[in-house]
Design a protein around this ligand. Structure first.
Ligand code: NAD
Length: 323
C-alpha cells in the first residue's frame, strides 16, 4: 500500500507520518517543499524524525507544479492521499491572499486531477473550522448553512472543499474533507497564538491579545486529529462528506493564557490589541457526524495537552540555548 502525505514536514503532517508508521507497514511518500512561511529548519527537524525509516520516501517538491504531481502519481500509484500541505495562517492570508489561492486552491486542484487520472482508494483533504465563517450557527454542524469566510485562508479552504466535493460527485474521486479545529501539540506552528503566548510568557515579554480575550477556540490535540484522519482513510460512510475534527470544548483566549501561565509558573503581561477582522468570535465543533462515521472521540484533555506542549517548548528552548 502506498500513501502520499503532503505537507509531511509540517506540524500536523509530521505527526501523521509518525502515527501511520506506528499503525501500519505501508510505504509512505512524504512530500513537502520546506517553504519559508516559518523557519524551514523547524520543518527539516520534523522530517528528520521519520526520514531514515525505510518505509518512508521523503521528497522535496511542490504540489503546485502540475507536471511534477502527475509524474509522482504515475511513479508511485498511490492508494491513499492525505493532503495536509497548505499555507495555513489566517492573519498572514489577509496581506498575502494570492499565495493562498495558488497553493490551497490550485495546488489542491492539481492533486485531485492527478487522483482522477490515477485513481486512489481515498483522498483526504485537510480543511478547517474557518470554512464555517461569520454567521454560521455555533456549535458548527457540517449539515448547517455555512457563513461567510472572514479571511482569504478561510475562503481558500472552502474553495478546496468545493473542488473535493466536485471531484467526488462528477469524477468519482473518493474525497473526504476533514474540518480541523485549532490543532495544538508538540511542534506547533510558531505563528499560532498558543505558540506566541508560551514564548512571550516564558520570556516575561508582553503578549499581544487581540480583542478582549473572550474569543473562544475549540483546541484539539494533534493526536486526536491523527486518530480522526486515520479513521477517515477507511471509514465506509465518510466518502463525499465534510467531517469536523474538533474537541467540542471551546475555551476563551483569556482562559488559555491563564492555563499556560500556570504551567510556565509566570504571570502573563498582556498587551491589548484591537480585535482582528479575520478572527471568528467562536469556533466549536459539533462532533455527532465524526462520532457516527469515524467512531471519533477526542481523548486528550486540554490541561494534559498544554502540560505536554509546555514541556516540549522547554526542551526546545534548552536545545536552542545549548552551546
Ligand atoms: N494547525 C491548525 O490548527 C489547523 C487548523 C485547521 C486546519 N489546518 C490544516 O491542516 C494542514 C496542516 O497544517 P499545519 O498547522 O501542520 O501547517 P504547517 O504549515 O506546519 O504544514 C504545512 C506544510 O505544507 C508544506 N507546503 C506548503 N505548500 C506546499 C507546496 N506547494 N508543496 C509541498 N508542500 C507544501 C509546508 O512547507 C508545511 O511544511 C493545513 O492544510 C492546514 O490548513 C490546520
Amino acid at each position: 500500500m502506498s500513501i502520499l502525505i503532503t505537507g509531511a514536514a509540517g506540524f500536523i503532517g509530521s505527526h501523521f507520518v509518525q502515527c501511520l508508521l506506528r499503525k501500519s507497514d505501508s510505504a509512505i511518500v512524504a512530500l513537502d517543499n520546506f517553504n519559508d512561511y516559518y523557519d524551514p529548519a523547524r520543518k527539516r527537524a520534523n522530517a528528520a524524525l521519520f526520514a531514515d525509516d525505510p518505509r518512508v520516501t521523503l521528497i522535496e517538491g511542490d504540489f503546485c507544479d502540475t507536471e511534477f504531481v502527475f509524474r509522482l502519481f504515475q511513479e508511485y500509484q498511490f492508494e491513499f492521499v492525505v493532503h495536509l500541505g497548505a499555507y495555513a495562517g489566517v492573519r498572514y492570508s489577509m496581506d498575502h491572499p494570492t499565495i493562498y489561492q495558488q497553493v490551497n486552491v490550485c495546488g489542491t486542484a492539481n492533486l485531485l486531477e492527478a487522483a482522477r487520472r490515477r485513481p486512489v482508494e481515498r483522498f483526504l483533504l485537510a480543511s478547517s473550522s474557518t470554512v464555517y465563517g461569520d454567521g454560521a450557527a455555533v456549535p458548527f454542524r457540517e449539515d448547517a448553512p455555512l457563513g461567510t469566510p472572514t479571511s482569504p485562508y478561510g475562503s481558500s479552504k472552502r474553495a478546496a472543499e468545493l473542488l473535493a466535493q466536485m471531484y467526488y460527485e462528477v469524477h468519482d474521486v473518493p474525497t473526504v474533507s476533514l474540518r480541523l479545529f485549532s490543532v495544538y501539540g508538540p511542534r506547533l506552528r510558531p505563528d499560532l497564538a498558543m505558540a506566541i503566548f508560551v514564548e512571550r510568557i516564558a520570556r516575561g515579554e508582553p503578549l499581544p491579545l487581540f480583542g478582549d480575550g473572550s474569543i473562544r477556540r475549540d483546541f484539539t490535540h494533534v493526536d486526536d486529529v491523527c486518530r480522526g484522519l486515520l479513521a477517515a482513510m477507511t471509514a465506509p460512510g465518510a466518502i463525499g462528506k465534510a467531517i469536523n475534527l474538533g474537541s467540542d470544548r471551546p475555551v476563551a483566549m483569556s482562559q488559555l493564557i491563564e492555563m499556560l501561565a500556570r504551567q510556565l509558573g509566570r504571570k502573563p503581561n498582556i498587551l491589548s490589541r484591537p480585535a482582528h477582522p479575520g478572527d471568528l468570535a467562536a469556533t466549536h465543533a459539533d462532533l455527532a457526524r465524526a462520532r457516527e462515521l469515524l467512531g471519533y472521540e477526542p481523548c486528550v484533555p486540554l490541561a494534559d495537552g498544554l502540560k505536554e506542549y509546555v514541556a516540549w517548548f522547554r526542551r526546545l528552548q534548552g536545545v536552542a540555548t545549548c552551546p
